[in-house]
Design a protein around this ligand. Structure first.
Ligand SMILES: *[C@@H]1O[C@H](CO)[C@@H](O)[C@H](O)[C@H]1NC(C)=O
Length: 390
């Protein structure tokens, strides 16, 4: 027994304290020429560190120590020989002049990587100049998402902070098995198109314990998303957790098996939203669960909007082809910032089906809020405030 205890203590000490130099011994960007001075362009140094780590037969760690590292648009391409940990203690900053990013569309882009883990770090994209350019109506570049994973598998992003992205902060596109946890996203309420986390064409994404304050959707869920799990999300300001906009294209994949649980919305424009253009489409939304949510002064706590038609272009007089079914709202409490807390505005040609509501209590100025339904069918159980319109 004593032997067992001793050996487990030794094992514990070994795993906890062994090889602190492991991190540094691996691929420290400083030894590839990166400068933590916030001024020297470190892009090529980061790329050299990536190439070495990516060619390593053993699992590799890329280490970014404290300090500010100036990075231009950069692509980290896989597949690599083994797994890669990117441990960031410092801050990566984009050039102050948004034009330096050109029309790359992405600032930090991972392509076709497997088993990559990004831990810690701050990304400061300095998006304000780009937002101002757009607001002034000038000719602006397309803008850049801060960190994107395309065609990647088995990814973990943990403890990352992202500030003031030009467009979306974190994008998961065409990926399998991704965990995003303990991330913090910060951009002003009025910054345009700064979605917090965007997921699309991806299966098995989990987003947990994250705090998102931004100018567009806290989390946006695009076509082809399957098996998405979100828990312990704090959202607001922002436009809420949104599925859509769908029916952007006629031939479009749907969204299925999405769960959001144990989350809080504070002062956001929406709570949970499903949104589609009012035009034909092959798309669908099914098997969605919204559970254990708190709304604090949210403008549209529960909303389905199938009549979206931005600037009335390419859709007047049409109705949405997106088929919405099996959506559950369970144990959702709190306050609405507007009199109508529940808006279910479904498609006349494809009414929403199988909507379930259980234990909902949403008030407006200390009185029951109202609900509005069109083209929808479903069932309720438990206490429902505002009175159900299903
Ligand atoms: C739904 O997604 C969860 C992960 O969020 C997964 O564990 C479960 O297997 C999926 N269900 C189906 C029927 O695919």
């Amino acid at each position: 027994m004593a032997m067992l205890i001793v050996s487990s203590v030794v094992l514990f000490l070994f795993t906890a304290f062994c090889c602190p130099s492991n991190i540094n011994a691996a691929y420290n960007v400083i030894s590839f020429g990166a400068k933590p001075d916030g001024q020297t362009d470190s892009t090529q140094a980061f790329l050299r560190a990536w190439t070495s780590a990516c060619n390593s037969v053993q699992a590799a760690t890329i280490y970014v120590p404290r300090g500010r590292f100036l990075l231009k648009a950069v692509v980290f391409r896989g597949p690599c020989k083994n797994q890669i940990n990117v441990q960031i203690d410092g801050t990566l900053i984009a050039p102050l002049d948004y034009r330096a990013m050109g029309n790359s569309g992405n600032w930090i882009l991972f392509i076709k990587v497997n088993r990559v883990r990004v831990t810690g770090g701050t990304l400061d994209a300095k998006g304000a100049g780009f937002w101002a350019c757009r607001a002034s109506g000038n000719n602006c570049p397309v803008g850049a998402r801060s960190i994107t994973f395309n065609w990647a598998n088995d990814i973990v992003v943990s403890g990352l902070t992202s500030i003031n992205s030009q467009l979306s902060h974190i994008v998961i596109n065409s990926c399998n098995n991704v965990l995003v946890r303990n991330v913090k996203i910060i951009a002003p309420d009025l910054s345009p198109n700064t979605d917090g986390i965007h997921v699309q064409s991806s299966t098995g994404v989990t987003i947990s314990s994250s705090n998102i304050k931004t100018g567009d959707d806290c989390i946006s869920i695009g076509p082809g998303t399957r098996n998405l799990w979100m828990e312990r999300i704090q959202c607001g300001p922002g436009h809420g957790v949104s599925i859509g906009s769908l029916a952007r294209e006629f031939n479009e994949d749907g969204v299925q098996n999405v769960t959001l649980t144990n989350s809080v919305f504070t002062g956001s424009d929406n709570g949970v939203r499903i949104k589609s253009w009012a035009r034909p489409s092959t798309s669908f939304v099914r098997n969605i669960v919204y559970r254990n949510l708190v709304m604090k002064n949210v403008e549209n706590p529960l909303i389905i909007d199938q009549n979206y038609c931005h600037n009335n272009i390419n859709c007047p007089g049409q109705s949405s082809g997106v088929k919405i079914s099996q959506v559950t709202y369970k144990n959702i409490q709190g306050t609405s910032a507007t009199p109508v807390a529940v808006i279910f505005d479904c498609s006349p040609s494809n009414p929403c089906r199988g909507i379930r509501m259980q234990d909902i209590k949403l008030t407006y100025l200390n009185k029951p809020a109202q609900a509005s339904c069109t083209h929808i069918g479903g069932t309720t159980t438990g206490v429902i405030v505002p009175e159900s319109c299903l």
